[in-house]
Design a protein around this ligand. Structure first.
Ligand code: GLN
Length: 494
């Protein structure tokens, strides 16, 4: 029999419903796997007692016929989500010791639906990064390695702990947040499925803010169907987040497996970026073939403002971040370093609490927002953002249902390989993903092939606003053609 933690979330749900095993047994198998995988550094906090208590309550509800849609399924939570009574730090020293007295809306909906919490998962500090190397807890190690090579690789970021844990069978699924690619890039690096829904689909209440006009929550999973199940529970209107939309949440699972015949898929020529590797170009073509074989129509499209997306993002995101991070002053949350007066206390606290990348973003953000530079940088970036959104509007108005692109410009890289270089090297990771956040659109990353040295590669499908269902249907067509991507060498538990 397959180890319980190797079942997909969909299979585990079925096994629980059929009484083949209990949630306590399933949870124990995950807790054991977590214990054996500590070298991956995926969890910042493990909550085994809470997990087993939740599992026992889930078993009771299953027995009495009151099971919710996620009853008894063990999940991990990115450390950006506030969890009541469980340390929440955004992997920053400035929030060390912060235990929220409240639960984020998204996670409270998961528990409402019966899910079991295994613990908190590591990310880049305040979700700023593409590798988890900016985390105050140290980097997460990817469960994947290049063939015949033991170099430790990054799982991607910022939701690298979530991606690593799902890929290494340490949880049945996990939450992530995506401001510029933080769900899709780590999903691509680890052979997992990740979806960033339309801006407003999930409540941001109780999620530590990075850049409020770009941040969205979404799930990581080992199959497209698993992701669909999780998103249904995470999504929904919340009066506590004025940007969340009051729209019915579809049963996304119904869209999985629906025919994609006649769907028009756009291939944007501007995403063929300079220096893109041959294997990424090939993967992209294979993805188009997979969808064509499934009955979709492939069309060439143009998104002319694409080249401005990365510079626009790296103005808008730090601007909003610098404002959001102003609240960490040693007065209300987490760490405080005493000083001779209150200004001195603020300065000492922030200098000690924020890591170098976060400080860089604060400096960029305050600079582009400062009088004299506001028009030249921030206002200009907002205008370009509108043009980028308009590019997508135009393409969708021409009858395109979704857009296919690579998820990342490269496979996973080694720990230290990019973080020791120019910070722009790391920012270039986001070249295919930031456009989607700037335009507020939904996009899914689905594993689709391997690099020459055996690492998973992902494709991104971008959809029309609130048409996540199309993405699940197309994502399943890719999964049907490419298969699932379980990591085979479990070197970390040997
Ligand atoms: N890598 C991007 C950044 O550092 C995106 C991060 C994210 O989506 N949270 O801003």
């Amino acid at each position: 029999m397959t180890a319980l933690n190797h079942l997909t979330l969909t299979q585990a749900r079925e096994g629980l419903a059929q009484g083949e095993f209990t949630s306590v047994e399933l949870t124990e198998s995950y807790l054991k796997a977590m214990e054996q995988a500590r070298v991956l550094n995926a969890f910042t906090v493990e909550t085994p007692d809470q997990a087993l208590a939740m599992a026992a309550r889930a078993d009771a509800r299953i027995a009495s016929g009151d099971a919710g849609p996620l009853e008894g399924l063990p999940l991990g939570v990115k450390d950006m989500f506030a969890t009541e009574g469980v340390a929440t730090t955004a992997c920053s020293n400035i929030l060390k010791g912060f235990v929220p007295p409240y639960e984020s809306t998204v996670t409270s909906q998961l528990w409402r639906d019966g899910a079991v919490m295994l613990g908190k998962l590591a990310n880049d500090e305040f979700a700023m990064g593409s590798s988890t190397e900016t985390s105050a807890f140290g980097p997460v190690v990817s469960p994947w390695r290049r063939e015949g090579d033991t170099t430790p690789l990054v799982p991607g970021g910022s939701s690298g702990g979530s991606a690593a844990a799902v890929s290494a069978f340490l949880c049945a699924g996990a939450t992530g947040t995506d401001t510029g690619g933080s769900i899709r890039q780590p999903a691509a690096f680890t052979g997992t499925v990740g979806i960033k829904p339309t801006y407003g689909r999930c409540s941001r209440w109780g999620i530590i803010a990075y850049a409020s006009s770009l941040d969205q929550a979404g799930p990581f999973a080992r199959s497209v169907n698993d992701a669909a199940i999780l998103l249904r529970s995470m999504a929904g209107h919340d009066a506590k987040d004025s940007t969340s939309v009051n729209m019915r949440v579809p049963n996304y699972e119904d869209a999985v497996g629906v025919s994609v015949k006649g769907k028009r898929i756009g291939i944007p020529r501007e995403y063929r970026v300079e220096g893109m590797s041959q294997e990424i170009c090939e993967l992209w073509e294979q993805g188009a073939d997979m969808l064509r074989d499934a009955g979709a129509e492939i069309v060439d499209i143009t998104l002319p403002h694409t080249k401005y997306a990365l510079p626009t993002y790296y103005i808008v995101a730090p601007a909003e971040a610098s404002s959001n991070l102003a609240r960490y002053d040693g007065v209300r949350y987490g760490n405080r370093v005493p000083g001779k007066d209150i200004i001195d206390m603020y300065e000492r606290t922030r200098a000690a609490g924020f890591g170098p990348e976060v400080r860089r973003r604060i400096m960029i953000g305050t600079y582009v927002l400062s009088a004299g530079y506001y028009d030249a940088y921030y206002l200009k970036a907002q205008r370009v953002r509108t043009l980028i959104k308009r590019d997508f509007d135009d393409v969708f108005a021409q009858g395109v249902d979704a857009i296919l692109t690579p998820a990342t410009p490269s496979p996973a890289f080694g720990i230290g390989e990019k973080s020791n270089a120019d910070p722009v090297e790391m920012y270039l990771q986001d070249v295919f993903t930031v456009t989607v956040n700037l335009a507020g659109l939904p996009a899914i990353s689905v594993p689709a092939g391997f690099s020459a040295d055996g690492l998973p590669l992902g494709l991104q499908l971008i959809g029309r606003p609130f048409e996540e269902e199309t993405l699940f249907a197309l994502g399943q067509a890719v999964e049907d053609a490419a298969g699932r991507f379980p990591v085979e060498d479990h070197w970390w538990s040997r």
